[in-house]
Design a protein around this ligand. Sequence first.
Ligand code: COA
Length: 319
Amino acid sequence: MSFRVLGTGRCLPERAVTNAELERFVDTSDEWIRQRVGVAERRVCTTETAADLAAGAAEAALQMSGVAARELDFILCATITPDDLSPSLACMVQSRIGASCPAMDVSAACSGFVYALETAAAFFARGRVKKVLVIGAERLSRIVDWSDRNTCIIFGDGAGAMVLEEGDNYLASKLTARGCDAVLKIPAFGGASPFWEGGVEKPYIRMNGQETFKFAVGAMVSDLEEVIAAAGLEPEDIAWVIAHQANARIIDAAARKLGIPFGRFAKNIDRYGNTSAASIPILADELCRDGHLKDGDYIALTSFGGGLTSAACVLRWGP
Ligand code: COA
């Protein structure tokens, strides 16, 4: 027993920040960002908190699913930018939507949403839960160095969610981790004690773009090949690949190697940038609400990010 997806939801901050606006902060151009990353604008919180976004996405997913918050047996929230380290973002969502079940955050950077799906699958397999809410939510604008053109052009804020119910539609999955802080790192917030003899790093995203790029393409290709085969499918059986939206060129480079038609790689990075753990459920919700996901479709999710981590899975859509 694993699960099936009952419904999806998303919630984005109101404020869209265009590339032209970033030209005021850093030495960049709209043309460069569109060509090298594929982003035209991203959403950035002005008054919204991560809990506002996460709860908004959760409520939309519950409404689509016809599930009441009190029916939930577990809430998992994938995030690296909770408003507070404690309470967890998942606990704040629990209180905001009126649920009473256990709740916890999952930290696996941009791979977090698929890591959280796998965690949910383990609870379903044990027979401990009937309905689970899985959220990916980020307020990355808090941890972006807005004077660093290498990173501030890429990231955005947002949240997406799925409501899962017992079922057999989680067909195959793969998680990886390779501990490494040299390529992608976000130091934790915090000061130093009077006894600490080391330095204190600023809590901003630091990234070696080219190394991240290479890791991302390699991970997407090998993870997808493996999960599609493990699901007993061929690449052409996949109706949609919902890939983490980090850079349009990463998705195109992986698509070229995989033999899945380009048109089946969904993208919304042009409008939202990279929203880390939120990017897959936001895109899934857009595809679902626009009527692109049909019952019986095989959907592949694939993600990669800090850790370094990667995660992919194959789902059958519908009942
Ligand atoms: N605006 C304008 N020019 C820029 C720029 C910017 N924001 N950033 C870099 N450049 C310039 C560089 O200075 C360099 O100029 P030069 O050729 O005169 O030396 C040129 O553009 C190319 O720089 P490079 O660093 O090679 O760019 P790139 O093509 O690798 O793109 C990233 C940089 C960060 C967009 C890209 O490497 C990337 O997206 N990597 C993956 C990041 C990612 O996915 N992170 C999240 C993981 S979850």
